[in-house]
Unconditional design. Structure first.
Length: 200
């Protein structure tokens, strides 16, 4: 059986679980944000048994560690911006990594409010193992997609991210203009949006 036929059968089986009631106003099986969230849930690092065997870090700490390993030394605010996690959770995760000896604050000449962090030797060892596995898992995940489809998927996801940021930032601004309550996380989205669209 070809992979194309197998995928069609798998999709048919999957869609059979979406029995929409008559009052429904939203078809989740074709709702893009829902579809993206479902895939994200499936690909959650914490659900990967091989990674769970490599480290007992929780999902957020793992995401932060991978980000530090890929871009460090890096500040907490830059990590929050890149991962789209709220700053408070990001700072907590960094603190946890430092306490476990997996990350440390980098020595810098400049005095800044947010000190950049980097991985320790132990942290980098775990990062390399996790990164190697994630790359292998990506190859398996994308093996049924052509090079053109992979490029298109990456481009579309980038556009979707920027569109999501734009929509959310405008919603926050609309709420503020109507004197509706917004949280610190909401305001952070506006700051991200401003940073994304700053003039060079």
């Amino acid at each position: 059986m070809s992979s194309e036929i197998s995928n069609k059968n798998a999709l048919k089986n999957r869609m059979a679980s979406f029995i929409q009631n008559k009052q429904s106003k939203l078809s989740l099986e074709t709702h893009i944000p829902f579809q993206v969230a479902v895939v994200s849930n499936l690909l959650s690092i914490s659900r990967d048994p091989i990674i769970r065997d490599l480290t007992d870090l929780d999902t957020r700490e793992l995401r932060i560690m991978v980000n530090i390993g890929s871009y460090g030394p890096i500040t907490a605010s830059d990590i929050a911006y890149q991962t789209r996690l709220d700053p408070y959770s990001t700072t907590r995760a960094i603190t946890a990594l430092v306490k476990r000896g997996l990350a440390q604050y980098a020595q810098t000449q400049t005095q800044t409010r947010s000190k950049p962090v980097e991985l320790t030797k132990l942290g980098n060892e775990i990062y390399c193992k996790v990164a190697t596995h994630l790359k292998q898992r990506e190859e398996k995940l994308l093996e049924t997609l052509s090079d053109t489809e992979q490029t298109m998927l990456s481009t579309l996801l980038q556009k979707l991210e920027l569109n999501a940021e734009d929509v959310l930032a405008n919603e926050v601004k609309h709420c503020e203009s109507n004197e509706q309550a917004v949280t610190r996380d909401h305001k952070e989205i506006v700051r991200w949006h401003s940073r994304t669209h700053k003039k060079n």
